[in-house]
Design a protein around this ligand. Structure first.
Ligand code: DAH
Length: 371
């Protein structure tokens, strides 16, 4: 195995660098292929053997004939090479006897475990809600997070300067003032604009749920985050009634939270539904008896809903005409209902999370609990 020992002819740094790099590479290559105790011992003798060892022979020969000024740098390099040999030898000795090396690959070394990822609790909750509706024949729609004023507000019957716009705490995109109001860009404040986009694209009947991220200029605290998630629903067709809305949401809540859950509907207001309602479910923690979680009322408010306002169908028809499409949402025949719910709140209830910020912190100590 041992290579011929030749004399050194030049002592400049570059040639020494290259010679010692070759020697180090040789040591590394040899030690990564040591497959038995015998091979380890042979390696030790080859390099460090007292009489025949290459390290001793090389240093004796090269140091002896080296000019005085090169001796120091040569000595440093030999020390480094020796340290490498000893370190490699030690590693091989501690592993030898138990290691099985196949073509330089030690198959007995512990492997690098691949960590298995899981869905984020928000993504999982959103998917579960969507599935409940998919089983009822709903399809899934999506829309952009950067919206125009038209889709986010105007087509949903929020007139310009209407106070209902203020309740949405809109984050607007900069430098939009030169545009007509309806074209100005903003971060969507709810998933409802996708109702409009869906009705422009599809003719009735339609039934779809729209999961997605929404943005509001809310200061972050335990229950508010400027980014959160909603699932929107829209069902439009011939003779869709408020009873269909009640039956659908009652079934969905039972499918999601368990069959013991009850629902109740309260009058409410949204510009794009008429009549509108807020839906409460019986408290999933106390079964309706009253506890801290439901503020001793026995009920938890969960979503908004209502019958699609004819003004919404009118703006869809109007926009369809502008786009050269037929205005098929004829309100003498067509009706529908819509609903929207906050995913974060539902996920927090389901998993007992007390601070919404945890859902966005990326903290592994929190996330690993869902693995
Ligand atoms: N978009 C409403 C919000 O973010 C929620 C909502 C209420 C959606 C009623 C609806 C609905 O589709 O019918 O506050």
């Amino acid at each position: 195995m041992s290579a011929a020992i030749h004399e050194l002819t030049s002592y400049d740094e570059a040639s020494l660098d290259s010679i010692f790099a070759d020697l180090e590479a040789e040591v590394t290559a040899q030690t990564s292929a040591l497959s038995s105790t015998d091979a380890v011992e042979a390696f030790r003798l080859e390099w460090l053997g007292r009489k025949q060892g290459r390290l001793g022979q090389l240093s004796a020969l090269w140091l002896k004939s080296a000019p005085l000024e090169a001796k120091k740098t040569l000595g440093v390099r030999f020390n480094k090479l020796k340290a490498l040999i000893e370190e490699r030898l030690e590693a091989a000795q501690s592993g030898s006897g138990t290691s099985v090396t196949v073509a330089g690959l030690d198959i007995t070394l512990p492997g690098t475990a691949q960590r298995v990822g899981v869905e984020h609790p928000l993504v999982r909750t959103m998917a579960e809600i969507v599935q409940v509706f998919q089983r009822m024949g709903y399809s899934v729609g999506i829309g952009p997070e950067v919206e125009t004023d038209f889709y986010n507000f105007e087509a949903l019957n929020f007139p310009p300067n209407h106070p209902a716009r203020d309740t949405q705490d809109t984050l607007v995109v900069a430098e939009q003032d030169g545009k007509p109001l309806r074209e100005r860009l903003l971060m969507r404040t709810h998933t409802s604009p996708v109702q409009i986009r869906s009705m422009l694209e599809q003719d009735p009947p339609l039934r779809l749920v729209i999961p997605g991220k929404v943005h509001r200029n809310d200061a972050a605290d335990a229950t508010h985050s400027p980014v959160f998630h909603q699932v929107e629903g829209l069902c439009v067709g011939d003779d869709i009634t408020f009873s269909d809305l009640k039956g659908t949401l009652d079934h969905a809540m039972k499918a999601f939270f368990g069959s013991a859950v009850k629902t109740r509907f309260f009058p409410s207001f949204f510009p794009f539904t008429e009549p509108s309602a807020d839906v409460q479910i019986s408290c999933i923690f106390c079964g309706g008896k009253g506890c801290r979680k439901c503020k001793h009322s026995g009920w938890i408010e969960l979503l908004g809903c209502g019958m699609v306002d004819p003004a919404v169908f009118a703006s869809v028809n109007q926009r369809r005409i502008e786009l050269g499409r037929e205005p098929v949402y004829d309100t003498s025949r067509i009706s529908g209902f819509a609903f929207g719910m906050g995913v974060d709140r539902i996920a927090m209830m389901k998993y007992g999370i007390s601070d919404i910020g945890l859902l966005y912190s990326g903290d592994m100590r929190f996330l690993e609990q869902f693995a």
